[in-house]
Design a protein around this ligand. Sequence first.
Ligand code: GLC
Length: 471
Amino acid sequence: MTIFHISAECFPVAKVGGLADVVGALPKYLNQAGQTAKVVIPGYDNKFTNENQFESVHQGNFKMGWFEFNYSILKERTNKLGFELYLVAIPQLFDRPNIYSYEDDTERFTAFQIAFLNWLTETNQIPDILHCHDHHTGLIPFMVQNCYKYEQLKSVPTVLTIHNGQYQGWFSFDKMHYLPEFHSSKIGFLEWNNIINPLASAIKCAWKITTVSPSYLEEISHSANGLENLLRYERPKSIGILNGIDTQVWNPETDEMLASNYKLSAFEKGKLENKKFLCDEFNLDITKPLFTFIGRLVHEKGAELLPELSDIILYRNPNQINVLILGSGDTTLENQFENLKSKYVGNYNCYIGYNEKLAHIIYAGADFLLMPSRVEPCGLNQMYALRYGTIPIVRRTGGLKDTVIDIGDGGFGICHDNVTLFDINHSVTRAIDLFLDKQKHQNTIKTAMQIDHSWNLVAQEYIAVYKSLMN
Ligand code: GLC
């Protein structure tokens, strides 16, 4: 079966968050399971696209409202990612370094989706499944069903995976004429609360909806930035499938980014060598527990609590713990993290920015990973941490709830219920106790490292979904 994954991000080509990791891994595992999965993303002007070889397999042009765009489809020559990768190159719109946050994002992603469907129809490709990820590709289910131009794709089943329901891609009806012609009676399929809402449209039109964890599916029936009722209504065609992680990339035994590799039977030395690297690099105390946060510094992730939390725990436990932050986002927060550097020299540091290699070393060298998320549809960081023997400290929400069991319940992590300094601080205190109980800490690490979140099993769940639609 041939499946097209259409997305704004795909690791290692273009990444902002976990969406990229999923789109860069699931198709590879679908291919390993005997399917033909291909990935289509916009052609950004970034390191990967500049440093790799592509061949142009198709060219065309189209009108979108008053605009006219030339596009070409560029195929990566080697398939080294484990799948065929296609870039939709529309120079006027995507010849820029970043993925999001331009004023014309509506035009950019609408044109991306139109160009993709034009390519399929102009080359008479009829795949078995179109798998769309998040709102950037949310107009595709509507367009294949309703736009006259795509008549030949009408019977192709569409799947929408919701990685993050907070962002929905809203735009006004003034721009409805961007879409190829469809019957006016279908307008309702684009709309939610009197505005065009690509995520809502995909929820209405896709044949199947998946969320990236079962708990997130529960949660969005009650809280989904305005889409709760719609999601409740469409619940019968929805399923929560927990993400996997790419265990071929995330393997402490072979990970080339690490300062030192290690395996389950001898993790202690290897983890310590990675910790030593971090402590040397960031001037931290190797004998004390190392708490870390890796990710986007935004409200959704509970990141704004962390400067104050760091201040409290470092003040209360002088020279007894280390905190290391890696991430970027809200500039006020970035400054707060920077400012703490001079206050707790030797026990605190931060790296503001994105650094994949450093992230790998931190997963290996840290003792505890903080994830105080308000919203966490799945969360991959806790799974990377577990695999590298770093104990996650999480708020019980979404995928965190589905993947982390508290040590008090015989598990391998530390959990709390509220996004409050009180709750997180309590978890940190429990973590320090665990660290001091060497035997228990080591057993917990062993249990954590053995948990299997590989994509192999998850890929089978997606294949079952695809098959159910094809029948
Ligand atoms: C989004 C979600 C995150 C999830 C990822 C991959 O980034 O916020 O929780 O793990 O998508 O599905």
